[in-house]
Design a protein. Sequence first.
Length: 366
Amino acid sequence: MQAVVLVGGEGTRLRPLTYGTPKPMVPLFGVPFLERTLSRLKHAGVDHAILAAGYLPEAIREHFGDGTRLGMRLTYVIEDVPLGTAGAIKNVERFIEGPFFVLNGDVLTSLDLRAMSAFHHEMGGLGVLHLIRVPDPSAFGCVMHDGAGRVTAFVEKPARHEAPTDEVNAGTYLLHASVLDAIPADTVVSIERETFPALIAGGRSLYARTTDDYWLDIGRPEHYLQAHRDVLDGKLRLDPLADPERHRGQFWLAGDTGAPAGVQAPSFLGDGVELGPGATIGPYAVIGNGVRIGAEASVSSSVIWADATVGAGARVEGSILANNVRVGRGAHVLAGSVVGHDVAIGADAVIPNDSRIVSEPAIVKT
C-alpha cells in the first residue's frame, strides 16, 4: 500500500514558528507532526510514503532519510513551484503503483485507515473521501452523497444558512491510480475544487465515508494549542509507534495523580526538563526536551519547544515558544503570543496578547 502526503506548504499561518522549520516538522509533544502521520500510515499497512514537498525539504529529508528507522520506504518529490493539491499528486505519478492514500500534511485525525481501505474495496469506484460533520460548514467544502455514499455534488464554502449538508471534506482520500489521468501535468490544479467535481460531472463514481473521528487542522496557532489540549484531555490517543528512543517524556493526563511537585495535570514534560524551586507548570503545559524553568516561574496552557529558558519569576500563559527562546527574569508572555526561534525576551518585559515575535521584541516595561 502507498500514500502521498502533501507537505509542500510554507505554513504561513504558523509563522514565526515556520521560519526555518517546515510545517511538517513542527512538533506535537516533542515529535515532528509528520512523524506521527507516517507512524499512522505504517500502522495501517502502508509501506511506501511519497512526500510531495516544497518548502525547506532538506530539513524533512535530513530527519527521516529513506524511512528505514520507521520501517517504511520514503520517496521525496520536490515541487519547484507550488502546484496545488491535484498538481502535487500528479507530480508524483511515476511512483504510483496502485490504489493510494492522500493525506494533507497538517491534519490531525484518529481516522481508521484500514476501515477506509475496506470500504473502498467494498464500494469500488475511483476512490473514497473522508468526511466529518461540523457545526458551521461555511469555511469548508461541503460534500453531498446518496444513501449508498456515492458523491453527487460539491459545494465550496457555502453561506452557513445555505449549506446543503454539515458533512465536509476532511482531507484524507483513498484513490484509484486512474484518477491521475484526469489531472493535467505541470499545472496548478485543486483536487477538491477542480478534479473531484469534474469526475462527478463526467459520471465517474466517488464515495464518501463519514465518521465521527477526531479531526483538526493544526495550521493555526490556536488550533496547534488545541491539539495539545485535546490529547491531554484524552480526546485523542497519539500513535504509539513514534520513535520512543528519540523522543521521551512524561504525560500526566486529566485526572492523573502523582505528578511532581509544582506540576499540575494535565501536562507533559520532555526529557531533561529542569524546574527551579517554587516553579509551577500547568495545567495544559507542554514542555520540550532540555527546557529550564526558573525559580517561582510559571507556565500554563502553553507549548514550549526544546532547549528554551524561562527565567526566575517569569510567566508564560497561553502561548507558543519555539526552540532556544530565552524569557528573561520577571518577564510576562501573555496569551496568544507566538515567539520564534532563538528570541531573547528581556527581564521584566511584557509581551502583549496575540503578539508574533520573530527577533528581539519591542520591550514594554511593567
